[in-house]
Design a protein around this ligand. Sequence first.
Ligand code: HEC
Length: 192
Amino acid sequence: MKFLVGFIVGLLVLPLILVLLAAGGRLPVAAVDSPMPLEGTFAALGLNSRIKREAPNRSVTNFTPLELVSGADIYQKNCAACHGLPNQGVPPVGVGEFPRPPQLFTAVGRVSDDPAGVTYWKVKNGIRLSGMPAFEKSLTDMQMWQVTALVARADNLPPQVMDALKPQPPVIMVTAGAANPAESPAPAQTRH
Ligand code: HEC
């Protein structure tokens, strides 16, 4: 009997502590907070096991430079704000997220050692409770493979693909007179 009571109390204590911590505003919910003990370990175990079950097996070594340039265009529009561009600093979004998005064109951040199918799975399905979006609904399957091929081969890309990964010039739209009204000509006087 004593054992049973102890067992039930034991079962209730941990969730109760978690509820009290959450209600008391003590859980690390901000992007700038440090991870909870074992948070990374559990997240990685769950993610890796799931990907192992589902990742397709496909090589991207035969993707042509043209397909990689198309991958670079998709990357510029959908990924660079978080994962950065070759030879550039970490972009502001990349600095502020938790977990930090790996910089996919740096020696430490690139995924060239991962099987392409694993990277494709991440692009398609996203990574829950991280900033990594799922692109299944916004990119076609071909686009997801092209951008996968690009980041999978980040360690060895042809020059025209590297060119396509240069920072894009900012688009500045100016309507005549609107940017600086003080300098626009005064409206003509009307005579009666
Ligand atoms: C809003 C920010 C954001 C955008 C946009 C984004 N990602 Fe991510 N991505 C992340 C974060 C954060 C992680 C790290 C997740 C983690 O550690 O669990 C990640 C992880 C990844 C990984 C896994 C890296 C590794 O080391 O295993 C790959 C590959 C990846 N992203 C590719 C892409 C591609 C390709 C795109 C564009 C099609 C993209 N991401 C767009 C934030 C982003």
